[in-house]
Design a protein around this ligand. Structure first.
Ligand code: NI
Length: 167
């Protein structure tokens, strides 16, 4: 296994739209294992392939405290969504930034796991937020883009300053 490099906002590659996975190969399964390892090491609760510069519709998530509930989503589709909720979100691609974003409260999503089996999952609460956040990554959208232009430009300035200081 290997740790993957996570792209940081405002890297343009975070705006690429991911393509559906055709066949699940051993390379796909290796990517998924590496993504899970990278997410746990960060540590984070979700990671989309887009964030590691692979533009295929794959994300992993684990919101458990013990890191023993890994979920793999390949070619996820939102089947239904209801309600509205607001939750503070963060993102491994936007380190140190936590902001409230409006999401659907309850969703039903259909996807494939790493074995190629299709499953349907009903989710609410934090898991629903996490799934919507990761599905956005696959569409090239980062959560801070839901914020006002003013907030977004402040965040960009903060991140650029931090990147300069890190060099
Ligand atoms: Ni994210």
């Amino acid at each position: 296994m290997a740790l993957l490099k996570i792209l940081h906002y405002p890297d343009e590659r975070l705006h690429k739209v991911a393509k559906p996975v055709g066949q699940i190969t051993s390379a796909t399964r290796k990517l998924i294992r590496d993504m899970a390892e990278t997410m746990y090491a960060a540590p984070g609760v979700g990671l989309a392939a887009t964030q590691v510069d692979v533009h295929e519709q794959i994300f992993v998530s684990d919101i458990s405290e013990d890191h023993n509930e890994l979920r793999v989503f390949i070619n996820p589709k939102l089947i239904s969504s209801t309600g509205v909720e607001e939750c503070e979100e963060g993102c491994l691609s936007v380190p140190g930034v936590y902001e409230k974003v409006q999401r659907c409260e309850r969703i039903t999503v259909q996807a494939m796991n790493e074995k190629g089996e299709t499953f349907t999952l009903e989710a609410d609460g934090f898991l629903a937020v996490c799934i919507q956040h990761e599905m956005d990554h696959l569409k090239g959208k980062v959560f801070v883009e839901y914020l006002s232009q003013l907030k977004l430009s402040r965040i960009k300035a903060k991140l650029k300053k931090r990147q300069r200081e890190a060099m």
